[in-house]
Design a protein around this ligand. Structure first.
Ligand SMILES: C[S@@+](CC[C@H](N)C(=O)[O-])C[C@H]1O[C@@H](n2cnc3c(N)ncnc32)[C@H](O)[C@@H]1O
Length: 289
């Protein structure tokens, strides 16, 4: 049986339509941190995911193809990073009209003038912060919820902040609906609607921080809330032309701390939506200096 026949057969078996849409089946097997889907065979991966996660083979095939592309581009560093990508149903976080494009490389519109970042970028940024199980991770810019869902396959402690209230509420309902369907790993994600420039003081300090909107400096509160030895990934630069920086807070020899920065794309410019600013209940401009 070739891959396409397998997909059609498995879809028919599950009563799934082959029309692009997010899968709606419940997850048949309890989440298991030790369980890995096959990482080196497409048909076996799809069969494992259908059996254990109840997902649509059509999207699984697209996820696999994007995965192979990401491996080729060195966006996924470890087997845990590979697992996190392969376990996260991106189609659940895309707008209906964009479902046929869910696994394309580009960012996609998610409404409210903002976007879900492309899968390669999410993979490279997340791999760069090397999240270990049990670590506390803060995301600034919840957006569609995809990034934090991906993080919830790496650790059981994720906090995420979104500045646009109706988007924060929509994404919270997406998580709640998915948790009800058996995606119990998303119970690890705590969300709030706020201005992420100030971080999340009560929940910190964090082992890792991932910022998904672009700014011209590192917000001092985020740096303060990063643990010593912690890693932040953040798009830094002028509007629409950021460099994605990995920022490591290292212990200095004399007991102080020093900040070591590197560009995860070695100089390539990556445009991000702006890191906006909340004044009262209104979003007014950005935090750029
Ligand atoms: C590239 S988009 C979202 C990507 C998101 N991580 C995902 O997986 O869909 C960046 C998000 O950052 C949000 N954002 C911008 N400024 C913010 C701020 N000051 N605090 C929190 N979120 C902010 C935007 O509203 C937008 O949803």
């Amino acid at each position: 049986m070739n891959r396409r026949d397998f997909a059609i057969g498995a879809a028919a078996l599950l009563g799934h339509s082959l029309l692009p849409r997010a899968s709606r089946a419940d997850v048949p097997t309890a989440y298991n941190w030790q369980a890995f889907p096959p990482l080196d065979n497409k048909d076996q991966y799809i069969a494992w995911m259908v059996a254990n996660r109840g997902e649509d083979p059509v999207y699984l095939a697209q996820r696999w193809d994007r995965y192979e592309h990401m491996i080729g581009h060195r966006d996924l560093f470890t087997d845990r990073d590979k697992r996190a990508f392969l376990m996260t149903p991106r189609e659940e976080f895309c707008l209906k009209q964009n479902l046929p494009r869910a696994y394309e490389r580009d960012f996609l519109d998610i409404g409210f003038g903002v976007t879900i970042s492309g899968p390669n970028l999410v993979g490279r940024m997340t791999s760069s912060i090397d999240v270990q199980y049990g670590e506390k991770v803060l995301e600034v810019g919840t957006g569609s919820g995809y990034q934090s869902a991906y993080l919830a396959n790496l650790t059981d402690k994720v906090w995420s902040i979104e500045i646009i209230k109706p988007l924060a509420e929509r994404t919270r309902s997406t998580y709640d609906a998915l948790i009800k369907r058996g995606y119990s790993e998303y119970a690890a994600i705590t969300t709030k609607n706020a201005d992420g420039y100030y971080g999340w003081e009560e929940a910190g300090p964090f082992d890792k921080i991932i910022v998904t909107c672009g700014i011209d400096h590192i917000p001092p509160p985020l740096l303060r809330q990063l643990k010593s030895g912690g890693i932040m990934v953040i798009p830094i630069g002028p509007p629409g032309a950021q460099h994605v920086l990995k920022v490591v807070k290292k212990k200095g020899v004399l007991g102080g701390e020093r900040i070591v920065r590197s560009d995860i794309y070695r100089g390539s410019v990556v445009p991000f939506v702006p890191f906006t600013k909340l004044e009262g209940d209104e979003i007014v401009g950005t935090h750029n200096q």
